[in-house]
Write a protein that binds this ligand. Structure first.
Ligand SMILES: [Zn+2]
Length: 109
């Protein structure tokens, strides 16, 4: 029922609910997740695997930063967007360098 006209809403029911999308149907509560979702194919791009990839990318980039600081590499810097969770440390500051090494060893274990 609509509040304004007191008549039944004519919108179609949405997301597997008995009401329409404007009157209380919630997609987020009813959508199937993970293996139960009809579009699920494999576990390649699950939230867990993406989180894992994000983590290892951040570790690799921090290792690259440390390597750059001690002139381990020659050549261009790595290209592309920085992964979420990556923190840029100032390697000239010994304390920041310590935190970088600590983070890498903590995240990779
Ligand atoms: Zn409605």
């Amino acid at each position: 029922m609509t509040k304004r006209t007191k008549q039944r809403c004519k919108n179609p029911a949405a997301y597997g609910c008995s009401s329409c999308r404007m009157h209380g149907a919630h997609k987020s509560r009813n959508v199937l997740r993970g293996v139960n979702h009809p579009k699920y194919r494999n576990g390649e791009r699950t939230r867990e695997s993406e989180e894992q990839r994000r983590k290892s990318s951040a570790i690799l980039l921090t290792l690259r930063d440390i390597g750059d600081h001690v002139n381990l590499f020659n050549g261009d810097y790595t290209r592309g967007r920085k992964p979420t969770g990556y923190v840029k440390y100032d390697m000239n500051d010994p304390e920041q360098l310590f935190f970088a090494i600590l983070n890498v060893s903590k995240l990779s274990s």
